[in-house]
Each structure stands twice: as structure tokens, then as C-alpha cells.
Design a protein around this ligand. Sequence first.
Ligand code: PMT
Length: 213
Amino acid sequence: MNILVTAGATREPIDPVRYLTNRSSGKMGYALAKAGTTLGHRITLISGPTSLDIPPNIDFIPVETAQEMLEAVKANIGGQDAAIFSAAVADYRPSSLSDKKIKKTADSLTLELVKNPDILGSARLQFKYDGILVGFAAETENLEINAREKLCRKACDLIVANDISQKGIGFDSDHNEVLLVYPERTRLLPVDSKERLAHTIIEAVHELRTGTG
Ligand code: PMT
């Protein structure tokens, strides 16, 4: 299979020094890319900035902002058998970018934010992608209900849901626990290394593509 993976956090610049981002390390997405090549698939990895080594034998596309990630996905999603969106995209960005460092003279500072594009949500409607579409859901409550809502709203075949309020899993950890949420069923993958979970997720995606799941 040809598989596109998004990973890491986007960075939304405020001025030449500062940016908005979130806690994603990229480990989950990079584990998916590595598991994909190990299992014999061709991987295109679109990644926000991370401190991780670029996995070997993949097409690697570095991006910084959500807008850049959107453009990279748009340019590369055609011809993919599966697309897995594990990136933690910043939902908002500053409405304007200051080309000079903002001075810290005022006691308070108000930033106006505008909504970023929903990249996963654009796959079917805007990019007319018809391969297997897999989203992630980072939730702090009602894991399955919220994941199922994303499954429908973003027209996915599968949502990989993780509870990011639990200590020791999720953001930045080497471990995770995920609930695979399909339209008609769920499958729990208990706490394990991101490498082993990624292997199982890629196998699950392959089953969806080949109709053997
Ligand atoms: O990187 P790690 O430190 O290893 O941590 C892994 C992880 C916790 C980041 C990962 O497992 C995870 O949950 N990734 C999704 C994070 C997220 O942004 O979830 P969400 O529920 O806000 O978004 C739902 C889906 O829409 C995701 O597939 C996301 O990539 C996508 N999305 C969200 C917003 C947006 N503007 N565009 C998107 O494509």
C-alpha cells in the first residue's frame, strides 16, 4: 500500500520569536511511519517540527504551520491507498503575524486567533480522496462518543482514539492506549509501546483496504 501519515504538532507564528503549538512529540506518527515500512508499505510522512530522527526509506515532507500541512496533504493524498492523520494540528492561529518581536512593555496582551483549516475534514469533501481514511481523536472525556462523532463528521473509516488525560500515555510518552472506533464496532488496544501499537494499527488499516478486517 501507499500510505500517507501526518505527525507532530504544527507551529503557528506570533512574531519572529514566538509561536503557538501543543504537546505532540511526533512519536506516535513516526512509529506509524516506521511500522509501515517494516510491513512493506510505501510511506509519505508529513511532519511538523520534532526532535526525532527521520525514519529511513520514506518520503519525508517537513512543514511548520497548519496551512503548510494542508497544502502538503492536498499535493500528496492522490494515489494513496490509506491516509492516517496522527498530527496534532493547532486549531487556531494568530490572526496577524508581527514581523517585529512584540515588546513586553504592556502588563497584558490580547492575541486574536482565527480558526485553522480542518485538514482531515477536507480529505473527502475538498480533496475528493476515496482511499482508507483514518483519523486520530485526542480526548479527555467521553472517548468513544467523541471519537464516533469525529468518525461521522470527518467521513473516516476508522478513528484511533486516545485518552490524553491519562498519565503515562498519549502526548510525548513512549506508550499509548488506543480505542479503534469503526462505524459498527470498537477494538481496544491496551497500554503498549507506540511501536507495537503502530504495527497493529497499520495491520488494521491494511485489513480495511483489502476487506479482510
Ligand atoms: O506525538 P505524540 O507525543 O506521540 O502524541 C501522540 C498524539 C497524542 C498527538 C496522537 O496520538 C493523537 O491523538 N493525535 C491527534 C491529535 C489531535 O489533534 O486530535 P483532535 O481530536 O484534536 O483531532 C482529530 C483529528 O483531526 C486528528 O486526526 C487530527 O490530526 C485532525 N485535525 C485536527 C485539526 C485540524 N485543524 N486538522 C486536522 O487534520
